[in-house]
Design a protein around this ligand. Sequence first.
Ligand code: GLU
Length: 499
Amino acid sequence: MKVRTRVAPSPTGDPHVGTAYVALINYCFAKHHGGEFLLRIEDTDQVRSTRESEAAILDSLRWLGLSWDEGPDVGGPHGPYRQSERSEIYASYVRRLLDDGHAFKCFCSPERLEEMRVAQRAAGQPSRYDGLCLGYAPDEVARREAAGEPFVVRMKVPSDGVCVVDDQRRGKIEIEWKTVDMQVLMKSDGLPTYHLANVVDDHLMEITHVMRGEEWVSSAPKHVLLYRYFGWEMPKLIHLPLLRNPDKSKLSKRKNPTGILFYRAMGYLPGALLNFLGLLANSVTEGNDEMMSLAQMVDRFALEHIPLGGPVFDTAKLDWLNGRYIREGTDRDGFVTSVRDWAFSPERIARIAELAQPRIERLSDLGGLLAFFFSGRLPVTVEQLRGGKLDDLALRQAFALAQWELDALRDWNVAGIEAVLKRIAETLGKKFRDVARPFYVAITGSPTSVPLYDAMEVLGRDLVRERLRGASDLLGAPSKREQDEWKRMSAPLAEVSAE
Ligand code: GLU
């Protein structure tokens, strides 16, 4: 049997280091066994999925040095590799489950489901569909359907007993069936949910080992059941640990940048970042040098070495490793290429020079004016941030709103950034000029510089987010209560991203 693994990202945001971690482990496992590694795009969430996000995910995984044998960009015999292009396949499998009596049509309204949930919560019961529509006779179902009532398709799930999930790394995990919901498999628009699409695809794409984050353990019983209903052999399951912040909380961008593109923008070398993730996938160092190429990671890969506790994404260690890659891991020419790609690509230089041209008297003014383009975090002080007309509350609100709204901005470009900042000034009832000033300071390190939106566009979302977060932390990050309150002031995100 040929080992086949996959990474199956949902293109709903910035490429996450967790996706790279999961991809690396799947890659190493497959290649260690002479197998194949696939990339599948899980874009069943049509509202949140975007092609920009998909492109950024593929681009950043490639930048890290990973490649896949089959995928939406390289094709392959099991395509299409984008779930939005496979709707008919899923529809046929839903029909099969309905015909075999393993699934049923559910006509319950969102209001009824909400009432049910509230009642269950009040009674301290797990939230689970109560089975009302299971009791309908076939003619009742036909009548409702003929009357045009919208329905979803749910899978039948037993109420008694336990499901044993056999995890190749963690052993047998027992989950009571009564805690497993009668999962919606097909939404009222005829499109599948993650669970159905994922199982059907893993089967059709001949995946032998499913290695995914441990947040999916509780979904495993649904998948076990679906494989059973279809009569398919289940791939081996391995749940991978979630990466953690140093305080052991789940890695989140409020505490630590989580975007691959952030690390790229900060000037980490791809080999160093990949190597760092590789160390987090291996709890045994075996006295080996910690510097490892991808080929060495493949060679040394062992399932038993994947840590079970959450490995800490320790950026101090990453810094150390990156320093080694810069000094020892690359020769002079390689280093020159890295520097050029990071800072001095012809397009970037053209863009930056154009911004500087109307603002300098000598070329030697460039250094002072443009240094912030070649830096990571900036050594900004509270006094600099406070130097304008906004009081601390308005400053803190402006930075908080900007972080949320810029995160939601779909296209990272001058027009979108401008719209967000102008709207924040309006929301706060302040003059735009007064609001722009602290942003200049936070982003460029100075109250006057090259045009702000252009600077932000060139720096990229990740570095901008980090500089805003730094400024916000200096002034005092919003408390939970402030967050809730300020979020209500924030413009409807959909409106912002539509522009
Ligand atoms: N689309 C899922 C995610 O983004 C994939 C989970 C899986 O690997 O099955 O996490």
